[in-house]
Write a protein that binds this ligand. Structure first.
Ligand code: ADP
Length: 470
């Protein structure tokens, strides 16, 4: 930077000196006459009016350093200062006289002071002879200015560097302070205090964005930590209850049973509870395997209508037992799809078991399947007790059961895992599940599964309808 500035300064001073010399040259041309005095003798005459202060000043400026020589290079007249510069060589003089252009050069006088010289010719008054005339200007001041500037730079560079380092250090420290705060806050956050958040600076800059992203990440971690905590609490609760029951039954039997039959009865009841326990363990194991991606779907081409119809048919007997109508309606799909039959049957079993469980006698359960563009849409609707809106967002959570009328758990002994499976199976097929429910009116689950291949439904597509007896 300072080098650039120095170059700029030097070139400005040089062009200033050239301008000055050009001006002096113009003055010289106006006031110098080379008069013919006969016999090839010419004499330089200056026509400055030294009474006039302006002309006197101009004369002093021009005549400070000048040199006049005849066409042979013989000096005719020169300023005193020119002596220290040394006379110009006749060869150089002849070269200048031949050229129509002004010549510029830099020389040093005997004391080492640099001079800028402008040389050219001036015609004699009779317009016959070209005389060599050179004027010069000392560059001492310019050189002095440049060297003082150099010295100043040399002195300022270490100072500038120190100041630069200092301010850089301070600014870097200030800029990094919030980063340090983030790091400290991150160190304070652990499994037990995930509710901590890093306060934003409110400057809306990149650091605030970083803090916001960081806080969002902690929030996600908090949600999954809480889910995991809730899950282990639920699991222990679910397992403890049947274990306590079994233990109680066996203890009572030990103390009160009087004969083999009493013991047999106690053991049979306990076996029933143990069976429920192993059901929970099996379901949990499967669900956690499914959710951690350890269950691989066994997909193959399937006629969805046929498969669903057969499966729904198997629920006619329980539906009859509960005194509800079970209907199936299937539009034969032309589209192809690949599904895991066992998982789809598990999905339908869970939905139908719930529907039968929560639909009062005389109600209806309607199952349908149809193509909707490139998806198969399976709907399971019932006219049962419905689910209050506030519970709807949670029914797919593990162990979630909608409490009964007076706040107690539902009288039916569900595990609260069925819909978690249903949701996983739909998602594992790349599909979605939605639920609509109106308390007292019924519930409708809609599952959309992707199909591959073009769908071409025609008006005559078969409609299969089955209806179970009341
Ligand atoms: P479970 O295996 O205990 O039935 P789910 O996960 O299948 O548990 O269902 C969770 C809760 O959703 C049930 O406890 C029940 O209250 C409610 N539910 C599910 N299906 C229906 C339905 N068809 N009608 C009314 N409530 C339902």
């Amino acid at each position: 930077m300072s080098l650039l500035f120095r170059q700029n300064l030097a070139s400005n001073l040089d062009s200033q000196a050239r301008d000055d010399l050009e001006q002096n040259w113009a003055i010289l041309r106006g006031y110098l006459r080379l008069n013919h005095e006969g016999d090839n003798v010419y004499k330089p005459n200056w026509f400055f009016d030294l009474e006039d202060p302006e002309e006197a000043a101009a004369s002093a400026r021009v005549k400070k350093a000048y040199f006049i020589a005849d066409p042979n290079g013989k000096p005719i007249e020169a300023a005193k200062a020119w002596e220290t510069l040394g006379n110009d060589s006749p060869a150089d003089i002849k070269k200048v006289l031949k050229s129509n252009q002004a010549q510029w050069r830099q020389v040093k006088n005997s004391a080492g002071v640099p001079y800028l010289i402008r040389s050219s010719y001036v015609m004699s008054e009779d317009n016959k002879v070209r005389f060599y005339v050179a004027i010069g200007q000392s560059q001492a001041e310019s050189e002095d200015l440049v060297s003082r500037f150099n010295l100043l730079c040399l002195a300022l560079i270490p100072f500038g560097m120190l100041t630069g380092f200092g301010t850089g250090w301070i600014f870097a420290g200030r800029a990094l302070k919030p980063v340090l705060e983030i790091a400290r806050a991150a160190q304070r956050i652990g499994g037990s205090n995930l509710s901590l958040r890093i306060p934003a600076h409110g400057t809306g800059d990149e650091l605030d964005y970083l803090i916001e992203t960081f806080n969002q990440m902690i929030q996600r971690l908090e949600v999954s930590f809480n889910q995991a905590r809730q899950f282990s609490t639920d699991v222990s609760h679910e397992l403890r209850t049947p274990i306590t029951v079994v233990r109680g039954q066996l203890e009572v039997a030990l103390m009160t049973a009087r004969n083999e039959e009493d013991f047999r009865e106690a053991i049979e009841t306990s076996l029933g509870d143990i069976e429920r326990l192993s059901q929970i363990v099996r379901a949990l194991l499967l669900l956690s395997q499914a959710e951690t991606g350890q269950v691989v779907l066994q997909k193959h081409k399937l006629d969805l209508v046929e498969m669903l119809e057969t499966h729904v048919d198997q629920f006619q007997i329980p539906a009859e037992g509960a005194d509800v109508y079970l209907r199936f309606q299937g539009l034969s799909p032309v589209c192809e799809g690949e599904f895991d039959q066992i998982q789809l049957e598990r999905m339908m079993s869970n939905l139908l078991t719930n529907a039968i469980k929560f639909t009062p006698p005389g109600g209806t359960i309607q199952v349908s399947v149809e193509n909707q563009g490139d998806t198969a849409q399976i709907v399971v609707g019932d006219t049962g007790r419905g689910i209050p809106a506030k519970h709807l967002p949670h029914i797919f959570d593990r162990f979630y059961r909608v409490p009964g009328e007076k706040g107690q758990a539902t009288p039916e002994k569900g595990l609260g895992l069925g819909l978690s499976f249903v949701a996983w199976i739909a998602r594992a097929h790349g599909g979605t599940i939605d639920v609509l429910s109106q308390p007292g009116k019924g519930t409708t689950f809609t599952i959309r599964l992707p199909l591959n291949g073009e769908c071409a439904m025609s008006a005559e597509d078969a409609v299969t309808t089955r209806s179970g007896p009341a």
